[in-house]
Design a protein around this ligand. Sequence first.
Ligand code: SF4
Ligand code: SF4
Length: 213
Amino acid sequence: MIITTQKPFPEILELLSRHKNIFIVGCAACATKCRTGGEEAVNLMAAELEKEGKTISGRKILDTPCDIRVARKDLKEIAACADDAVLVLACGAGVQAVEKAVSLVVYPALNPVFTGTTERIGLYHEYCSLCGDCILGKTGGICPVTRCAKGLVNGPCGGAVSGKCEVDRDNDCAWILIAEKIKNNPSDKNILKIFVPARTVVKPGRITPPVKK
Ligand code: SF4
Ligand code: SF4
């Protein structure tokens, strides 16, 4: 899921400084789980903006605001509001889907931080950086591109101490985790002999090609 944090409120106010009437859009998916874009966060944002003299012209929490079809269907009612702005409590994908769905100017209230693996609400791990060329099948299901501080794809640098990364002693060495995983699964031992060729990872900006029939 996309992990988000709320922008500092003064920054949001600055973004909205030219607008009096604000429609707030929330996200019932990732941002609700992060507690940055669900009902509670939307209501809190509305109350804070009202204190600053804004008028909340409406609020709606979309199931998946990052889906342009959902945004178009659920936001039909605000298409006609000529003078309002829309404040979106969702990730950048959500903000941009909403931008396509409405003619009003759209502002982000959140900062997307990373794609998170959830351990529990409030504790998220950055285990994948969406590199576009997944090598988990060669690394025991543990990603060194993201979890090794140096992004090494062919084994450790040799600097780990007691299983901890030499760059940040608070983090496990990804390659020691990989070796341990494979050691405990003998059928996968040959995985460690696989050489992962140097590659150029182009990100962001990947465009999914159309599906050929
Ligand atoms: S190799 Fe790592 S960063 Fe790349 S897609 Fe797989 S998990 Fe994500
Ligand atoms: S100690 Fe391990 S995780 Fe840290 S940089 Fe070296 S190989 Fe990567």
